[in-house]
Every structure is written in C-alpha cells, then in structure tokens.
Design a protein around this ligand. Sequence first.
Ligand code: UDP
Length: 326
Amino acid sequence: MKVLITGGAGFIGSHLAEACLQRGDDVYIIDDLSTGSRDNVRPFEKDERYRGRFFVHIDSILNHNALLELTGICDVVFHLAAAVGVRYILENPLESIKVNIQGTEKVLELCAKFKKKVLIASTSEVYGKHMHAPLVETDNIIYGPSSKFRWSYAASKLMDEFTALAYHRIKGLAVIITRLFNTVGPRQTGAYGMVIPRFVEQALAGRPLTVYGDGRQTRTFTYVKDVVDALMGLVDCPQAVGEVFNVGGTEETTIVDLARRIIELTGSSSPIELIPYEKAFGKDFEDMQRRVPSIEKIKALIGFEPASDLDEILQKVIATMRRGAS
Ligand code: UDP
C-alpha cells in the first residue's frame, strides 16, 4: 500500500511513518518542518531496507500542487499536519488557525477528488473544559470565550471534524476521525510546552520542575506506539469509516504527582516549583482541569488497549532523553 502522512516529520507522524515502512508500505510524507524535524526521519531515509520506498517532501499542506500530486499517488492519507502544543498555539494564533482549518479543508477536498480514504488526527482538546470522566465521543463540548486563545485550537480542530463528517455525508468520502489524548514518547520535544519531555529534561538537569497552577489538573498519557497501532488498525477497519474515536490511555494522574514520579524515577534532587498560569502563559489563558478518555468504542471495534502504563512510558522517555536522543 502507498500511504501519505501529512506532518510525517513530526513526533507522531515519524513514528507512524516508521511503522508503515516496517510493514512494507511505500511511505510519502509532507511536512513544512514548523514543529517537525528532518532529524526525526533521517534514519529511515538512510535505511537500506526502505530504499526506494520512502519519500520526503518538505512543503506546506497549503501548497495545492504538492498535495495534489501526493494525494493522487497514494491509496490512503493519514492527516496529522497541524499546529500543535499549547505554547505554540498561543504564540502563533493566526498561523495555527490557518493551517488547521485551511490545511484540513485542502486535504479533504483532494481526498474527495481522488476518492482516497483519509484519517484525520483530531484532539482531546475538542472536549473543552469538562470536569467529568471519562469523556465519551458523543459528549457535549464546553469552551471559554474567544478572548482566551487556547480555545482557538479546540475550535479549529472541531471545525476540522465537522468538515470531515460533512465530506463523508455529502460526498461519500471515507473519513475516520481520531481524538488523540496526550501522546508521549521519543522524539517529542518540550519546546512547544509538552509536559513530560519538559519535566524529564528539568529533572535530568537538576532544575526545578515547573508545575503550572496548583498541579491538581489531571491528564492521561498514551505511548506513541500504542497510538500508531490504533491509527493503523482503524484505517484497516471498514466499519471505522464515518466515525469519531478517542485514542488514549486510562491511567489518570495529577500533574504534581507526575512531577513527583519523574523526580523519583530519574533519581533527581530537583525541587517542584508551582508557577501561576498567568506567569506561564499571560492572563488570557485557561487550562483543562481534567482529561480522561473512554476508550470503549475503539476497544469494541478493533480491540485497542494501551500496552504501556505511565511508569513504562516515563521509563522509556527518561532512557531516550538520558541518551540525548529525545
Ligand atoms: N504543564 C505544567 N508544566 C509544564 C508544562 C505543562 O504544569 O512545564 C501542565 C499544563 O498546564 C497542563 C498539563 O501539564 O495542565 C499538560 O500540558 P501539555 O502542554 O503537555 O498538554 P495539554 O494537555 O495542555 O495539551
């Protein structure tokens, strides 16, 4: 099979590219390197096993001609290219909205033109500021006001979901929507705000772990390999078409407990420093206080079950960051 991965030089995209190459696919990626990195895919470019099967295009998904050619060639599209990371979104609000909304519209338009199945990577952010758990795909959504820019990410990804479902309904396009919950693993950088690489880096350097707010907000984390398995499993499953799926772990942790665990697992003597949200992000910021997925739907359809628990995830991230290969 020939697969196109938009955002293929990003953190999740590069792991997906590797898994597709390993199972024998021809893999085409398109990435503008805004948050992705050529280093993430360089090893596959040099790998003899993948010679003549791996094609890297450094370009924006907003470039019609590049995307037209690649969509025409491939059998299936994994659309992962997006502005990601709370810090990145807050610092680049206009660019983020453009890439997320116009980029996805372009991908969907071309997939519809060539009748190619497409998986859209959405996010748990779309649920907004719920306090209940677990979050089910049919739950209502709750956002803050438009003055709080964090919600522009949620709103733009929700618009992507609506657009994809409309293409499915009106044009019969085979779309699958996945809401990813805090994915973690090697090659993820803390530069755009992601908490685990930031805490591990701080702990290994003996610097304070910067916990925002009171640290009682919670998250569930998923190992990137589990996420990749889920995405590939859904694309291979005809009954997934036209549906929305949560993809995530099940172990809920507060952020302050996460910091304590990372200090313990690294053997660090770093202290924990509580930093008010306003100081970290400015006054127009709101956090999500709780985020736990129901994974019943994806479990029932493809038997998805995360293989790595939080300690295993942390140990793997710590081991790669110790080797200096984050
Ligand atoms: N966080 C933190 N310190 C950091 C980075 C993040 O306390 O240095 C918190 C952040 O406020 C949020 C959680 O960790 O409550 C997860 O943040 P991340 O940006 O990784 O993902 P999010 O779930 O917010 O998209």
